[in-house]
Design a binder for this molecule. Structure first.
Ligand code: ACM
Length: 532
């Protein structure tokens, strides 16, 4: 009885501590000690020489977020120390706060940045006395479930700009998300400046999903570099997507000789698969992309080509190509196209990511990662795994953040009656993955995608992303057995005021305070996919 009582009290204390600390995503192990560390004013920080750039980031974070100035000091007078522990895995860290100071251990910069995200959340929740923060004594040992914890933003349909992207990167870092997949080209617009082909943006950058005449908007190469540097400082890799051979409308508008045609609903939707100029042009583009983006990966799309490839049936050059190469269908032409472009990427020491339509394209397993997105086609995931590819899980349900998160919401997408509530995001890739058996090793991680047909303004972006980004972080970081939605909900209640303080128009799942922002568009049609 007594033991049971001790157990219950300890349990309640731990629960209380979790709620008090409110770190999202939940660390693997977090032990609380007695007492607190009082930290304020100007204090010394130091660290092993390898972490010099991390120290700079740390000091900037302390000053920018909490108004705390620090100085580089000797170890004996430092209140914060950053140490190398080469036994820790990539991205793992230990964070120790005792009454004397704070110590962070990691084997590389990624672990330090993750530790700082936890520390930032501890500071955020800490009690304050005057200028000083009262930090709890604690010991955290932590590492992620997945190496790929991604978020995708579509800026072709609607363009949000550098400052919003940086703000999203800040929140990604706050939640230890580490891959930013940037969908920069599609039907409405091409948003990435390519020096060799300036019309891609001068012409292709005009318009958006609702208004083909919206003023030109795109990222210069200087903008892109600035964002990549900003992301890298936060342990975030930026992966560009140049979608092909479909979703190519904006590029075709700029350079009509590239077009392989389309149809009434999707005019000029494809790149021409049977002209060498197409491949040369796109190889030039990818060469610039590879120079600009340090990631080994370029996402080549490969999705939904059939939206426009019927035009190939009436194209003599495509028919000739089919005969010469022995391609039996338009699907095989798509696959041929991607194989050729994959060769171009391999030639510049890159690897590709493609959507799950490309599973049969005979792409090299060590050069290709697949993204499984069609939740209604689990057979695609099985095929990807059986063929031995690495995969990132990003199924529409529950990982598409342009889907609504509450049944009565009107403006986002639904799949029949299906939508993406907070808890479905939180629960994703937990015990479901056990059914994959040994193939689970091939899962690099998970990713949420924000397609922006319905994201006509920043309020809508905020409303769809927050707070689901926090649930995404838990699903990506914490193995299924370590998750508890009720505990998460308690922590989340402490994070909502942070969203409010930063002026985000977030969705409050507890009390529906912010009404759903409307899509301002010509026809007020609801977005419901055909789940056939
Ligand atoms: C996709 O949603 N078309 C990948």
């Amino acid at each position: 009885m007594k033991r049971k009582l001790v157990f219950i009290i300890t349990y309640l204390l731990i629960q209380n501590v979790t709620a008090q600390i409110a770190i999202i995503p939940q660390p693997l192990a977090c032990k609380m000690g007695q007492g607190e560390l009082k930290l304020g004013g100007n204090f010394g920080v130091t660290g092993d020489a390898v972490f010099e750039s991390s120290l700079h980031y740390l000091r900037k974070l302390m000053l920018g977020r909490f108004g705390i100035s620090t100085y580089a000091s000797l170890e004996k007078e430092a209140k914060m120390i950053v140490k190398l522990d080469s036994k820790l895995q990539h991205e793992a860290y230990r964070l120790k706060i005792d009454r004397k100071g704070i110590a962070i251990y990691a084997s590389d910069r990624s672990g330090i940045v993750n530790a700082l995200a936890s520390l930032e959340q501890v500071f955020t929740g800490a009690e304050r006395k005057g200028n000083a923060f009262l930090l709890p004594v604690l010991n955290i040992e932590d590492k992620p479930q997945f190496g790929w914890r991604g978020f995708m933003l579509d800026e072709s349909r609607h363009f949000f700009g550098k400052e919003k992207v940086k703000s999203l990167l800040d929140w990604m870092a706050f939640y230890k998300l580490n891959k930013f997949h940037w969908h920069l080209t599609d039907e409405p617009a091409w948003r990435l400046s390519i020096q060799k082909y300036p019309w891609l943006t001068q012409v292709g950058g005009i318009g958006n999903y609702l208004d083909p005449y919206a003023p030109v908007q795109y990222y210069s190469q200087a903008d892109i570099s600035e964002i990549i540097t900003y992301a890298a400082e936060r342990n975030i890799e930026v992966i560009p997507e140049i979608d092909m051979p479909g979703h190519a409308t904006a590029a075709n508008r700029a350079y009509p000789f590239l077009s392989g045609g389309g149809n009434e609903k999707h005019p000029d939707f494809t790149f021409h698969p049977a002209k060498n100029t197409t491949y040369t042009f796109l190889t030039d583009v990818l060469r610039e992309v590879k120079t600009l983006f340090p990631s080994v990966y370029i996402h080549l799309g490969g999705d939904e080509v059939a939206f426009g490839s019927d035009a190939w049936d009436n194209d003599i050059k495509v028919q000739e190509l089919k005969k010469t190469v022995g391609l039996k269908s338009n699907k095989e032409v798509e696959e041929y196209f991607i194989r050729r472009m994959a060769d171009s990427v391999a030639g510049i020491n890159g690897k590709i990511i493609v959507w799950d339509e490309m599973v049969d394209a005979k792409l090299a397993k060590d050069q290709t990662v697949m993204m499984w997105w069609r939740h209604d086609k689990p057979e695609q995931l099985n095929k990807i795994l059986d063929k031995g590819y690495q995969v990132i899980l990003t199924p529409r349900l529950p990982m598409y953040f342009d889907f609504v998160q509450q049944e009565n919401h009107k403006y986002g997408r639904k799949w029949g009656r299906g939508f993406n509530p907070l808890q479905d995001v939180f629960d994703f890739a937990g015990s479901q993955l056990d059914s994959l058996g040994k193939r689970k090793k091939q899962v690099l991680g998970i990713q949420a995608n924000l397609w922006t047909e319905t994201v006509t303004n920043v309020s809508r972006l905020d409303y769809l992303v927050f707070p689901r980004i926090a649930a995404l972080a838990e699903a990506a970081w914490v193995p299924g057995t370590g998750r508890n939605f009720d505990e998460f909900a308690k922590k989340l209640k402490k994070h909502l005021p942070l969203y409010r303080d930063q002026g985000l128009y977030y969705f409050d799942p507890f009390k529906d305070s912010n009404p759903e922002p409307a899509v301002i568009k010509k026809s007020q049609k609801q977005y419901i996919d055909n789940p056939k």
